[in-house]
Design a protein around this ligand. Structure first.
Ligand code: RFL
Length: 394
């Protein structure tokens, strides 16, 4: 069996690659380890940034981000109970960010790809990559019925996320993995509870908390906690009490909790994002602290650059963009890492529950003060939130 691109993974990165490839008439096969139901259950990101909304529009795929109302641009910082609003739009003409939970985007992309006649194979086990540095790599896997398959191709798109196999196919010594651990944990909770009017970030002496909309009756909450804390140490009452205190909202309406997990805030970048004919896309190449909401949006950016580069190579015989893929992706990756890092440090250090001490706490509070009072600071923030930073528009 043979195709032009084998895409490993059917998350936001893999499905975007697959849809865009179909749009430019390039063949691909998508191999996903999980079942369709498993993939559809993974709830994470909530906002598709302005740049990514316009990217889908430019490919004639505006409908895939329909699923929630437009994000009205306001973000609330609640600092010791006092509300300050920041407008995160940059004022440019055109569509803005959309509230579109990750699983809705994934479902929309899956439906669009299948409706377009796409080849999407679930429950593909033991995926392995061969001859990546030759002209025709091979991808092998075992199908759900136990049969073994081998597909030869021109390119492999590694879209299999943080724990996938494609990243590990890059031999040691070829790539460098840069990591940073904030030493901060978050408990995250999904609940069928009323969403806030605007995404809400709260700085308090008890530690950071956040409340984000995920649907008309659904919310995601974050609570700073010790790194590697046990989610079992957070029964419902403790979660709602901590949220009421840190959000300074005694009237916060609770609801049934549908998911509860803890994780460490950290950053990771795999450099370069290419090895031979393998191109890493999305979380397979980089992990960000969720602060700033950039992880999924970066995956969508990588996917767009990768497909344009493949299109140039396959249709026009021009591999300039493929050779430049890693450098161009990494420019945005590091800029978004810096933004995530800055916002993560700021909202945690400004609160009370960190080791950073009074000096750094006052610096972080000065940064927040500048953000909510200075038009210049607000504009720089909006450029990063929308993803429309002109220096990186290529
Ligand atoms: P995914 O979504 O992990 O998808 C990878 C897919 O590959 C499959 N797979 C394999 N398939 C075949 N063979 C193998 N060996 C395979 N191994 C894995 C998996 O089953 C899966 O279907 O990666 P992708 O596509 O790169 O997308 C990245 C995003 O999922 C991620 O960046 C975001 O979820 C990060 N993130 C957020 N990003 C935002 O932009 N805004 C947010 O508000 C936001 N909130 C979050 C987040 C991540 C969170 N987690 C993970 C801690 C909130 C949370 C809680």
């Amino acid at each position: 069996e043979s195709t032009t691109v084998v895409v490993i993974g059917a998350g936001p990165a893999g499905l975007t690659v697959a849809n865009l490839l179909r749009r430019c008439g390039v063949d691909c096969v998508v191999l996903e380890r999980g079942s369709r139901a498993h993939v559809a259950r993974r709830q994470r990101a909530g906002i598709v940034e302005t740049r990514a909304v316009r990217m889908f529009e430019s490919w004639g795929l505006a409908d895939v981000v329909r699923g929630g109302p437009p994000h009205d641009g306001l973000l609330e910082f609640r600092i010791d109970g006092e509300s300050r609003f920041v407008d995160d739009r940059d004022g440019s003409a055109g569509s803005g960010a959309r509230l579109c939970p990750q699983q809705v985007l994934v479902e929309n992309l899956t439906a669009a790809h299948l409706a377009d006649g796409g080849d999407l194979r679930y429950e593909a086990a033991d995926v392995s990559l061969h001859d990546l540095t030759g002209d025709r790599p091979t991808v092998r896997y075992r199908a759900a019925d136990g049969t073994r398959h081998s597909i030869s191709c021109d390119f492999v798109a590694g879209c299999d996320g943080e724990h996938g196999v494609t990243r590990t196919a890059v031999p040691e010594g070829v790539a460098t993995v840069h990591t940073f651990d904030h030493g901060i944990g978050w408990l995250t909770v999904l609940a069928d509870a009323p969403p806030p009017a605007h995404p809400l970030l709260a700085v308090s002496p008890e530690g950071f908390a956040a409340h984000f909309p995920r649907g008309p009756r659904s919310s995601r909450y974050y609570l700073q906690c010790p790194p590697d804390d046990d989610p079992g140490a957070w029964p419902d009452d403790r979660v709602w009490d901590a949220l009421r205190t840190r959000l300074a909202d005694p009237a916060l309406v609770p609801g049934p909790i549908t998911d509860r997990e803890t994780f460490r805030l950290r950053g990771l970048v795999h450099e370069p994002m290419r090895h031979g004919q393998l191109f890493l896309v999305g979380d397979a190449a980089h992990i960000l602290s969720p602060m700033g909401g950039k992880g999924m949006n970066l995956a969508l950016h990588d996917a767009d650059l990768f497909v344009r580069a493949v299109r140039d190579a396959v249709r026009g015989g021009d591999d300039t963009a493929l050779r430049d893929y890693s450098r161009r992706c990494l420019r945005r990756v590091w800029s978004d890492q810096e933004f995530s890092h800055w916002l993560t440090r700021t909202v945690h250090e400004a609160g009370g529950d960190t080791d950073s001490g009074p000096f750094l706490r006052r610096l972080a509070r000065a940064r927040l003060d500048r953000l909510v009072t200075s038009p210049g600071a607000r504009h720089a923030f909006a450029e990063l939130m929308t993803g429309l930073d002109p220096a990186r528009a290529e």
